[in-house]
Design a protein around this ligand. Structure first.
Ligand SMILES: *[C@@H]1O[C@H](CO)[C@@H](O)[C@H](O)[C@H]1NC(C)=O
Ligand SMILES: *[C@@H]1O[C@H](CO)[C@@H](O)[C@H](O)[C@H]1NC(C)=O
Ligand SMILES: *[C@@H]1O[C@H](CO)[C@@H](O)[C@H](O)[C@H]1NC(C)=O
Ligand SMILES: *[C@@H]1O[C@H](CO)[C@@H](O)[C@H](O)[C@H]1NC(C)=O
Ligand SMILES: *[C@@H]1O[C@H](CO)[C@@H](O)[C@H](O)[C@H]1NC(C)=O
Ligand SMILES: *[C@@H]1O[C@H](CO)[C@@H](O)[C@H](O)[C@H]1NC(C)=O
Ligand SMILES: *[C@@H]1O[C@H](CO)[C@@H](O)[C@H](O)[C@H]1NC(C)=O
Length: 885
C-alpha cells in the first residue's frame, strides 16, 4: 500500500469506482437502503474497497479525521503483520496516547456503530499496552478495554463490536477514544475501522409510542409486564446467529451490513438441520429487511426420534456479561412443508432457565409455511459475583402437541445499556467472532450482476463503455492492491473460479494463519511433482495417488494428494476434507497447506511427513523397529489428535478410518492423524447414520451392525491400532489361520486365556515394564469393547496412555528395565469403573466374532484398503434387538 506515482489515473479510477459502486447499490435494490452508510478506514489515506464491496474512506486528510488537541496529536500506523485478516479496515490504525474524537454529522435516528480492532504490532506503540474507553455521546461503549487482551481471549487477532445508538435531532454522533491514564505507564487507544449505518426506526428499538399492537412488544422474561426498548438506550450486539445455516457476510445482509455467524459453537445439545435453500420466504408478518432469506431457509429442530425428544431440550448456551438486561430475538419460519397446521409443532421456550413462552407455535403466529416471524424477549442477567454467565435458550417439546418437536431459525442477542448509560463489561470476551463469511450465496452475486447488466443497457452505451473501461482499469488496480492478499482465500470453497484468482501470489505457505488456505495453480503443482512423476508417488489411496513435491522454489517439501479423475463422486469428499482441514489446526493433525481445483482437478497439498506411516515402522518393513516409548508417544499423539477432532467443534468430527496407515510421522517422530476424507460432521449426541465405510479389521462392530456412527467407533479402531502397535501384527491377515485373522478378536482371546504376552512384538520382549503393559492392555481391551458405551473416550485413552508412559519412564529411571514380562489375566469385573466391562468374556464376545465374519464372508477380502460395503438385513435386525435390550 505504498503511495502511487501515477496518482492521477488512480484518482480517475477511484471516481469511476464510486460511480460503479453507486450504480451497483442503486440497481441491486437492497431490501433496506440506509440513509447513512459511512465506512472509515482509520489511519489510511484515500479510499479502499473492502470485502463487503464498499469503499472505506481513509480518515487521513479527509473530513472524517478526528478532532484532537494540537499538542496531543494522534498517530497513524500500518499493522506489521497482516496475513490473518482482511486489508480493509484492519491494515491501518489510528493510535494515540491522548484522547481523540471522531465527529459524524448524521441524520437523526437509530444507527449501527461498528468498531473494528486488529491487535497487531504498530510502530511506536507497545502492542499489549492498549487500555482505553470508548464513548459515544453520553454512552460508554467500552471501558478500560484492551483489544489485545480481548482478542487473545478469543484466540484470534481481530474483533469487531457492533452497537445501536439513536442520534437525536440536530445532534452529531461523537465517538471519543480515551486512553487509560496511569502515572507509571503509558497506555494508548487505537481503532482500525468505524462504520456508521442507519437502521429502520423499529427494527430493534421498540418504544411504546412507535410499535402498534402488542404483538412485537418484547416480553420481560420472569416479569408480568412487557418492556419497551426506547431510543434513550444503546444496545450492543453480542450474538447474531444463523441457526442451522452458515455464516452470512455483511454484503449479503438485507442492506444493513450485519454479519451473521454459525450457531454450531453454541448449540449444546440436539439438532437436526432442516434446510431448504430454494425456499422463498413470504414476508407477510414482518418487514422483509428483518433478516436475510438464508436465516429463514435453515433451522435446527429436534428430529424424528419422539422418545428422545420427550426427554431432551434443544439448548444453546451463550456466554454473556452479568449485570445487564439482554434483548433476545428468536427468528422462526416453518420450513418443513409436512407441518402445515397450527398445533402440530408446539413447544416451550425457556430463556435463562425461565419460562418465556408456554406454547410457541410458529404456524399459529404466521398462519402459513415459509413465513418468517420473530419474537423478542428481555431477560435480566443479575450480577452474582461473576463476570460472565451462560445465557441459555432451551426449547422443550410439548407433550400435548401432534409432533414432539421444536424449531428455531435464528437468534440475536443484544446487551441493553444500564441506568448509567453504560454497556461496558469485562475485558474478556463473551465470544463474538468476526466470523469467516460463508455460504455467501453465489446466487445473489449473480443476481446482482444480471440486474446490473440490465440497467446498464437501459442507461445506454456510454455507461456500458465506462463500465468496461472501469473494469479493465479496476482489475489493474486491484492486482496492485491485493497482491498479497486474496479476497477469496477466506471463503473460496463456496466460490466459483474468479479471474483474480490467478493473481493470487504466494506468501505464507509455511506459516498459514488461522483458516487461510493457499490456492495453487495447476502448473505450480505440475512443477512441484515433476508433472506427476510416478517416481514421486509416496502413497496410493482409495481416492488417488499421493506425491512428494517441492514448492517455494524447492525450499519446502509437501505431500500432494491428487484425486483420480474418474472419482467424480469424490467431489463431496474433496470439499469436506478441505473445509474441515482448513478449520482444524492441531499439532497432531496433518495440516493442509493448500489446494488446486484448476481444470477439474482435485488436489490437496499437505505438510510433508518425513517418516511416513506408522504401519511402515511396525512390520513387513526394512525400518528399524520403534522403541516402546516411541510407540507410546506416537499413540498419545494420535489419541490427542483424535480427541481434538471429537471435541474441538460443537459437532464432533468422527474420523471413521482410524488405522496405522492414517497415522503419519514427521521428521521428529511426532505422530499426526491424516485423511479426513471419510470424516463426517457428527451431530451432537446423535449417532449419524450413513453408509458404512471404513477399513476391514478396524471396523467397530457396533457401527457395522447398527450403522450408528459415534466417536466411539474411532475409539474401537484406535484400540485395534494399539494392539497392532503392541503386537506388530496386521489388523486383519487373511493368510493366517482363521482364529488369528482378526487381530482384535485374537488379542481378546489371548487376554482371556492369559497368553497376551505370547503375541507381543518379539522386539519388545523384556522391554515393557509389567505395570505399563497392564495399563496399556487393559486400555486397548476397553477400546474394543463390543458396545460403544462401554468404551472410554479419546480423552480417557490419552490420559491412560500418558499414565502408561509415566509408569514406563519411572521404572526405567529406577533402572528396573530387566523385570520380566509376566503373563497375567487382565482384570475384568473388578477393573476400573470407567470401562468396567460387564459383558466381558460372555455371550457378546462371540457375538462380535460372528458379526464380523458374517460381514466378511460375502467379500473374500479384496484388498486391505478402504472399501465400502453393505450390511445384510439380519445384521440390522440383530442390532435393533441388541440396542433395545
Ligand atoms: C506521533 O507523531 C508525532 C508527530 O506527529 C511524533 O513526534 C511522535 O514521535 C509520534 N509518536 C510515535 C509513537 O510514533
Ligand atoms: C460532538 O462534538 C462536537 C464538536 O466537538 C460538539 O460541538 C458537540 O456538542 C458534540 N456532541 C455531543 C452529542 O457530544
Ligand atoms: C483495567 O484493566 C486491567 C486489566 O484488565 C486492570 O488491571 C486495571 O486495574 C483496570 N483499570 C481500571 C481503572 O479499571
Ligand atoms: C420489501 O418490502 C417493501 C415494503 O413492504 C416492498 O415495497 C418491497 O417491494 C419488498 N421487496 C422485495 C424484494 O420483496
Ligand atoms: C429443559 O430446559 C429447562 C430450562 O432450562 C429445564 O427446566 C428442563 O429441566 C430442561 N429439560 C430437560 C429434559 O433437560
Ligand atoms: C464464573 O463463571 C465461570 C464461567 O462460567 C466459571 O468457570 C466460574 O466458576 C464462575 N465463578 C463463580 C464464582 O461463580
Ligand atoms: C452456486 O453454487 C452452486 C454450488 O457451488 C452451484 O451448483 C450453482 O450452479 C451456483 N449458482 C450460480 C448461479 O452460480
Amino acid at each position: 500500500m505504498k503511495s502511487h506515482p501515477m496518482l492521477t489515473p488512480i484518482l480517475y479510477v477511484c471516481c469511476l469506482f464510486f460511480l460503479l459502486s453507486y450504480l451497483t447499490i442503486a440497481t441491486s435494490t437492497p431490501l433496506y437502503n440506509p440513509v447513512e452508510n459511512v465506512v472509515v478506514n482509520c489511519g489510511s489515506p484515500g479510499s479502499l474497497k473492502g470485502d463487503d464491496d464498499r469503499y472505506w474512506i481513509g480518515d487521513k486528510g479527509s473530513k472524517f479525521a478526528p478532532t484532537e488537541e494540537s499538542n496531543y496529536k494522534s498517530n497513524t500506523s500500518v499493522a506489521q503483520s497482516q496475513v490473518s485478516v482482511g486489508i480493509v479496515p484492519y491494515m491501518t490504525a489510528r493510535l494515540s496516547y491522548w484522547q481523540f474524537t471522531y465527529v459524524f454529522p448524521v441524520t437523526p435516528g437509530p444507527k449501527f456503530v461498528r468498531l473494528y480492532f486488529y491487535s497487531a504490532v504498530y510502530s511506536g506503540f507497545e502492542s499489549s499496552k492498549d487500555f482505553f474507553t470508548v464513548k459515544a455521546g453520553s454512552f460508554t461503549l467500552l471501558r478500560n478495554f484492551s483489544a489485545s487482551i480481548y482478542t487473545d481471549s478469543l484466540d484470534q487477532k481481530n474483533v469487531y463490536k457492533e452497537f445501536c445508538i439513536n442520534v437525536d435531532e440536530n445532534k452529531k454522533l461523537n465517538l471519543t477514544f480515551i486512553p487509560f491514564t496511569s502515572t507509571s505507564m503509558n497506555y494508548h487507544a487505537f481503532i482500525n475501522g468505524i462504520e456508521i449505518v442507519s437502521m429502520p426506526m423499529d427494527l430493534y428499538y421498540k418504544p411504546q409510542d412507535v410499535i402498534k399492537g402488542e404483538e412485537f412488544v418484547p416480553a420481560y422474561v420472569g416479569q408480568p409486564k412487557p418492556i419497551y426498548i426506547d431510543y434513550s438506550m444503546a444496545l450492543e450486539m453480542v450474538y447474531r446467529l444463523n441457526v442451522g445455516g452458515s455464516a452470512i457476510q455483511a454484503k449479503d445482509d438485507t442492506g444493513m451490513f450485519r454479519k451473521w455467524s454459525e450457531d454450531r459453537d453454541y448449540l449444546l445439545s440436539g439438532g437436526f438441520v432442516p434446510r431448504d435453500p430454494s425456499l422463498k420466504p413470504k414476508y407477510t408478518k414482518i418487514p422483509n429487511y428483518t433478516a436475510p432469506d438464508a436465516v429463514y431457509q435453515s433451522a435446527i429442530s429436534m428430529g424424528p426420534d419422539r422418545t428422545k425428544n420427550k426427554q431432551s431440550n434443544l439448548t444453546w448456551g451463550l456466554p454473556v456479561d452479568t449485570g445487564f438486561n439482554y434483548l433476545v430475538r428468536l427468528h422462526f419460519c416453518e420450513i418443513e412443508s409436512e407441518i402445515h397446521a397450527s398445533g402440530t409443532r408446539e413447544f416451550y421456550i425457556y430463556i435463562d432457565y425461565q419460562l418465556a413462552e408456554e406454547r410457541a407455535d410458529v404456524l399459529l403466529w404466521t398462519d402459513d409455511n415459509d413465513t418468517p416471524y420473530y419474537k423478542d424477549y428481555v431477560v435480566m442477567i443479575k450480577n452474582k459475583g461473576n463476570d460472565t454467565h451462560l445465557l441459555s435458550i432451551d426449547l422443550h417439546s410439548r407433550l400435548d402437541a401432534d409432533l414432539i418437536d421444536a424449531i428455531l431459525n435464528g437468534v440475536e442477542v443484544f446487551k441493553l445499556s444500564d441506568s448509567d448509560n453504560n454497556l461496558a463489561g469485562a475485558n474478556i470476551a463473551a465470544p463474538l467472532l468476526d466470523q469467516q463469511p460463508s455460504g455467501a450465496s453465489n446466487e445473489s452475486k449473480s443476481k446482482k450482476t444480471t440486474i446490473f447488466i440490465a440497467i446498464g443497457s437501459v442507461l445506454g452505451l456510454l455507461v456500458v463503455l465506462t463500465l468496461v473501461c472501469c473494469m479493465v482499469l479496476c482489475k489493474l488496480k486491484k492486482t496492485k492492491h491485493y497482491g498479497s492478499y486474496h479476497p477469496l482465500a477466506k471463503w473460496w470453497w463456496w466460490s466459483r473460479p474468479d479471474p483474480y484468482r490467478k493473481e493470487f501470489s504466494r506468501r505464507t505457505a509455511s506459516s498459514l494463519p488461522g483458516e487461510l488456505c493457499r490456492y495453487f495453480r495447476l502448473d505450480e503443482i505440475k512443477t512441484a511433482t515433476n508433472n506427476f512423476n510416478e517416481d514421486l508417488i509416496i502413497g496410493v489411496g482409495g481416492f488417488g495417488n499421493v506425491y512428494k513435491g517441492m514448492i517455494e522454489q524447492g525450499n519446502m517439501m509437501v505431500a500432494i494428494k491428487r484425486m483420480k479423475q474418474e472419482s467424480r463422486q469424490g467431489a463431496l469428499e474433496f470439499m469436506t476434507e478441505i473445509k474441515m482441514l482448513s478449520q482444524l489446526r492441531h499439532v497432531h493433525l496433518v495440516s493442509l497447506i493448500g489446494y488446486c481445483d484448476d481444470e477439474g482437478e482435485m488436489i490437496l497439498v499437505y505438510e510433508y511427513m518425513a517418516n511416513g506411516t506408522l504401519r511402515h515402522h511396525l512390520y513387513d518393513t526394512p525400518n528399524d523397529p520403534l522403541t516402546w516409548k516411541q510407540r507410546l508417544q506416537i499413540c498419545i499423539g494420535a489419541a490427542s489428535g483424535l480427541h481434538h477432532l471429537h471435541t474441538s467443534t460443537k459437532h464432533p468430527i468422527i474420523h471413521r478410518d482410524v488405522k496405522t496407515t492414517n497415522i503419519l510421522l514427521d521428521e521428529k517422530w511426532v505422530s499426526k492423524v491424516s485423511d479426513f476424507g471419510l470424516s463426517k460432521m457428527g451431530l451432537d449426541n446423535t449417532a449419524v447414520s450413513t453408509l458404512v465405510k471404513g477399513t476391514w479389521g478396524y471396523l467397530d462392530p457396533d457401527y457395522a451392525r447398527c450403522q450408528q456412527l459415534t466417536q466411539k467407533s474411532d475409539v474401537y479402531s484406535f484400540g485395534v491400532v494399539m494392539f497392532e502397535v503392541l503386537c506388530a501384527r496386521k489388523a486383519l491377515n487373511p493368510k493366517i489361520q482363521e482364529e488369528q485373522r482378526n487381530l482384535a478378536i485374537w488379542a481378546q482371546k489371548c487376554i482371556d486365556r492369559g497368553t497376551i504376552s505370547k503375541i507381543i512384538d518379539p522386539y519388545l520382549t523384556n522391554k515393557i515394564v509389567p505395570e505399563c503393559l497392564k495399563v496399556y492392555v487393559e486400555l486397548a481391551e476397553s477400546c474394543i469393547c463390543d458396545h460403544g458405551i462401554q468404551r472410554p473416550t479419546m480423552n480417557d485413552v490419552m490420559e491412560k496412555l500418558e499414565f502408561a508412559l509415566e509408569l514406563q519412564e519411572q521404572a526405567e529411571a529406577t533402572n528396573d528395565t530387566n523385570s520380566e514380562v509376566v503373563s497375567f489375566r487382565v482384570a475384568n469385573a473388578n477393573g476400573d469403573p470407567w470401562y468396567n466391562n460387564f459383558y466381558h468374556g460372555q455371550v457378546l464376545e462371540s457375538n462380535s466374532e460372528t458379526k464380523l465374519s458374517t460381514i466378511s464372508t460375502g467379500l473374500s477380502y479384496p484388498s486391505l484398503d478402504s472399501v465400502n460395503f453393505s450390511i445384510t438385513s439380519e445384521d440390522v435386525s440383530s442390532c435393533t434387538k441388541n440396542s433395545s435390550s
